[in-house]
Design a binder for this molecule. Sequence first.
Ligand code: ATP
Length: 447
Amino acid sequence: MDKIVSLCKRRGIIFPSSEIYGGIGSSYDYGHYGVLLKNNVKAQWWRALLQERDDVVALDSAIIQHPRTWEASGHLAGFTDPLVDCRTCKRRYRADKLEDGQCGEKPSKRPGEGPNCDLTEARNFNLMFETTVGPVQDEGSKVFLRPETAQGIFLNFKHYLQFARKKPPFGIAQVGKSFRNEITPGNFVFRMREFEQMEMEFFVPPHEAEQWYEFWKQARYDWYLKLGIREDHLRLRAHDEDELSHYSSGTSDVEYLYPIGWQELEGIAKRGNFDLTQHAEFSKQNLEYVDTASGERYLPHVIEPAAGADRATLAFLCDAYDEDEIEGETRTVLRLHPALAPVKAAVLPLVKKDGQPQMAREILSDLRDRMQVEYDEGGAIGRRYRRQDEIGTPWSITVDHQSIEDRTVTVRDRDSLTQERIAISDLPAELERRLRAPWKSPKLSAS
Ligand code: ATP
């Protein structure tokens, strides 16, 4: 993990937030390549749900919602983690994750294991961030930053029946920021207090719930595989009875083998009709679906695949990170699926003269229409290749002396390191073909 954190900082992918003020624990900013990478992750998620299907529609709901939302959803009463304090070192820990904590005294041990550790009884700590709306700060103005995007979907369910002309089975998908006052954030962007979720509520007739649960478990697992995550680093794990959330009658996690061990990447939950029932009761609105043909009416059941955009980005980074040796030097390379790579192709003139930069810029503007490309003319060509390897650019296009004579360029492949000569006029179509081709991590054949 340290190597990934350091690469992310070195290349401006992800770095600690507010650094000029000494940072603010477990808050991170995404730099240029990080924004491009996470945008690609989110775009692939949207693509799988919207473009490749016709039974899912999109939503972007507000972060601050009516406070009754969280009473109805059960978050106000139950969205808590067990918190313990140490009376000696004054640190706080999650009682159910003591094995991940570190005592504040030297020699550092697990909380509770040091000779001076003096832990309090566990008490429930609500993870929702509170704030107030408007100029008067009283009980009536108290609101919460959403701890999940899902509730915005339930609040709008009725609209979608009317405006989107959808009937179950259908899904509403949303991507956006969520906020949780985590007791022990950490492990880079794995657990933060402010993070992005990619969630979908799939509304189904009650008797179809089981079959759709099976469907979405598989579909979501396959999504990660298709985007290049190695199969031996990915698994589906069903929750034990005592792990289930208050709303869930069955949950499976897609887990990834991060450098910190197997951890949740995404949860797929059978939420029953819990949320719609609660919101119907609290809002006094009828949220039933009525089938106009048969007259049948029911509260749909819900299957929810809930993923984290930051955790997914981190998994793709971990899976892609590799080191090999070229000409006696260690090379760091991100072997990202081309669809996820922040930059698809770099255009590099071999020298800064003889018409090469002009030709490179021509190629650049031709490709720019179709994909994210980058121009770089600074420094030795080998160093420029390494820079592109470190941000995972799959193809580097070099303009050289021969290019000026016959309008061909070399295309260097990040993974195989082969250099192929291609006519400039064929480049756009060839790169688009490669971008669409099925892809498997080259780390699979190496391991
Ligand atoms: P955990 O058990 O790790 O706290 P969770 O089960 O509470 O996670 P969900 O409520 O199921 O998480 O949220 C769905 C997804 O949102 C998670 O699978 C994860 O990818 C992401 N997520 C949740 N909490 C965080 C966080 N603090 N930082 C980054 N991503 C998060």
